[in-house]
Design a protein around this ligand. Sequence first.
Ligand SMILES: Cc1ncc(COP(=O)(O)O)c(C=O)c1O
Length: 363
Amino acid sequence: MQSITIHGGDIDLILQNRNLKKENIVNFSGNVNPIGPSETVKNAIIKNIDKISQYPDVEYKNLRSSIGKYLNVKPEYIIPGSGATELISIFIKTIKPKNTIIIAPAYSEYEKEITMSGGNAFLFPLDEKLNFDLNLNKLFKFINDETDLIILCNPNNPTGTAIGKYNAEKLLDFCSKRNIYVMVDETYVEFTENLTEISMTSIVNKFKNLFIVRGTAKFFACPGIRLGYGICSNTKLLSEIFRLKEPWSVNVFAEIAGNCIFNDSEYIEKTRMLINNERKKISAFLSEIKNIKFYPTLSNFFLIKILKNDITSDFIFEEFLKCGFVIRDASSFAFLNNRYIRFCIMLPEQNNKLINKLKEILK
Ligand SMILES: Cc1ncc(COP(=O)(O)O)c(C=O)c1O
C-alpha cells in the first residue's frame, strides 16, 4: 500500500520497501528526542484511560493555561491544535495569503499548504556560503509590495540555523509596517542552548503580525499524540482561526499530556543536558572528518555536505541502512542536492557508532 502523503523522511515507506522492522533500526531521521516520552506523561495517560469516553474541553481552558504558564504568555494568546501541522495549515487557510516568501531550504509542508490554499510561494534562498545564516538585508530586498506572508522556521529544518531576537524584531518591524504576516515555526526551539535569545514568545505581545507555531512531537518525543499550539497576540485573528478550526481536534489524551508535560522540569533539564553535550561532542568529531562540510547547528540535528566527488547522499543513506541506521537523504530539500545528508542527535553510544560509520564511508 502506498502512503498517502510522502515526506522525504517517510520512515514507514523506507522500511516497508526494504522489508525492515522499526524495532531493528535507529532512526536518525526523525529529529525526535532520543530519551523518549516522559514517564509523567505516560502515567497520566494510563491513569486517565477512561476519559476515552469523554469529549475534550472544546475551549481547552486548562490546556491553554498550562501552555501559557510554560511560556509566560497569556492563555488568550494560545491556540491548541493537532500537532504543529494543524496550526500551520489552519493559519494559512485563515489568512489566505496570495504571495508568500518561504525562507528555504525548509520543511516541505509550508509550500504544500500555501499552494493548496491557492497562493504563490516564493523561496528565499539561504546562502550556503554564509553557512545558511539568514541575510536580513537581502531578504528585505526580496520582499515586495505583493508579499503578504513570510514563513521562517527557527531554528530551521534542515539547516539548524536560527535568527536571534534582535534580527527577529527588525524583521517583524519591517513586515508590520507593510501589513505582512510572519509565521515562525518553533518546533525545534527548545533544543537550542540559548532558548530565551532565540524564541520569539517573549515578543509576541509587541507584534500583531506574528504567529508562532510549536509542537510536542520533537522535544517532548510525543509525535503520536499530535499536540501542537499557536501563539499570537492578535486576538481578532485568533478568534477567526478558532471559528474555522474543527472543534475537538486535540484529543483527550493530548489534552491530558499537555496539562502535565510542560511542568516536567526534570525531563526538560535532562533532555537539554543530553542534547547540549552531544551537540558539542558530535561537532568536535565532525570537524575531524575529511571530505565533509558541516554547518554549525543550534538544533538537535546536523546538516552535512559531502565533498568527496564519487559519494552521493543516496549511497551514504544505503550504507547506513546496512548497519540499521536511518538518516535523512537531504537531496529533496529546495536548494540542496545529492551532496547533503541530515541526521539527528540520538543517545551517546548510538551517536558514536554513527560517527565511526561516517568516517569509514568517507575514508
Ligand atoms: C519544521 C517542522 N515543523 C513541523 C513539523 C511537524 O510537527 P508536528 O508533528 O507537531 O505536526 C515538523 C516535522 O518534522 C518539522 O520538521
